[in-house]
Design a protein around this ligand. Sequence first.
Ligand code: ADP
Ligand code: MG
Length: 298
Amino acid sequence: MSIKVENITKTYGTQKALNNISFEVKKPEIVGFLGPNGAGKSTMMKILTTYINATNGKASVNGFNVNTQTRNVQQSVGYLPEHNPLYLELYIREYLNFNATIHKVSKTRVEEVITLTGLTPEAHKTIGQLSKGYRQRVGLANALLHNPDVLILDEPTTGLDPNQLVDIRNLIKTIGKEKTVFLSTHIMQEVEAMCDRVIIINKGEIVANKKLTELRENQSQIVIVEFDYRVEEAFLNKLPEVIKVENTHDFVYEITFSTTKDMRSYVFDFAHDNELKILQLNQKNASLESLFRELTKS
Ligand code: ADP
Ligand code: MG
């Protein structure tokens, strides 16, 4: 078992950050830990990496208990913290060699992780001279130094520009072929782009735990329609396969359908039959997005 979390609760003073959560990651796979800001993602990751203790419950990594077998857990885990602390004045090799000494890892391994994370062309620079994307690579290289089985990456793609984003996603996907990757994000597209499975957390509680293939099979769609006048939600609910109707603003409605078949023509005919004027009509496939929004509503 790569990661096992059983009934973990964490309170900071009176603030409950995690409320009795349980989940497992069994085999090498890339699992997304998705939730809005403040959901408890970083807290969970700090517990799994032995940086903080849970208030209640049990967790293990690679079969090692995070409370009683901290050294073994640390050897099993590579961690990229949310605000990755890097020494800007150090050269990439200096920084990695320094950490290699701490981990008792050979200098050849430093060269290996430099190659693996695509740092070679920048390896002569100081960390301060690197773009955010390359700094994340240094963080990943550092997390990989001791060749851990499990990687815990806290928001690894947040703050990257679109090109850097694609590069780091690909790098994580490559790493995920051999290792268990548990990564957090507050952006569902990141999960869609990288992950085999998603665990959604909201206000310290797990609200979904699903394979991406499962989610894609059950795709839904949202049709966004603007009328020239107010329409009762109950009226729009008469459309076939409707899950939900939401009046987002003015006379604009978002209608969620439980089918992948394009429902715009139904909405159009419906409007025509009922003498409603349509000013705007759009459609998007939105299984994960709508699920995420639905599950993390306050
Ligand atoms: P996320 O990473 O999902 O944004 P966090 O795990 O950082 O969420 O935080 C979860 C909740 O716990 C938030 O409400 C946050 O304000 C609170 N929290 C996190 N760290 C501390 C701390 N050291 N002391 C007090 N409250 C904290
Ligand atoms: Mg966080």
